[in-house]
Design a protein around this ligand. Sequence first.
Ligand code: ZN
Length: 241
Amino acid sequence: MKNITKQSIYQTGTINSLLQAVYDGDASIEKLSQHGNFGLGALDAIDGELIVCDGKFFRADARGQLNQLTPETCSPFAVITKFNPEHSFEISASSFTELEQKLLPHLVSANLIYAIKIEGLFNHIELRSEECTCRPYRKLVEILPDLQRTFSFENIAGTLVGVWFPSYLAQINVPGFHFHFMDSQQKVGGHVFGLKMEHGKVEIQTLHGFELDLIQSDEFYQANLDMNNGAAVAQVEQVRT
Ligand SMILES: [Zn+2]
């Protein structure tokens, strides 16, 4: 196992800086593209969801419509890697929870990071995106109920773009699975919170390296980033009803 080339993932911002209203980043799409072709995240001013697949960068807007991003658009929180899976298998799942349960045994250790791509046919998928927010910025848990828009699709082919982060990095990124979706026509997408998948092909990349890029701004410098965020993460990653 020694001397193998370690695969790594690049991140800008932290989940806690996003929760603490640091909504303007300094990493442009042009910069992110130098670090990989596969990933997900947020966009400046919480203006939609970021989905990166096969080297294309999309915004899923508040109506779930995908638009390709310009190179100068920035992200306050994103992860990206050069997708190079070492492991592939077929899957089906009656729910998001079942998908997580079926994927977990394929992760070789709970101490590593993973990039996960699933191309499949979805009987049903529930997605979320957001309207943008304006200054003065308020904390994400306070504004998300008003900003978020949910939408669902039936019998749609597409790709789940996902990552899995270990719980010991919970102040840095969302622990566990995090998936964004884009359909095969590259027309619609968003953050995934529910699904039923008829069948899919899973590809997993194990990541032993993590490069964290912090944001050069007074808002980032002054944010309280050392906080117990469990409740807030659960609140913003799932949809509040
Ligand atoms: Zn998301």
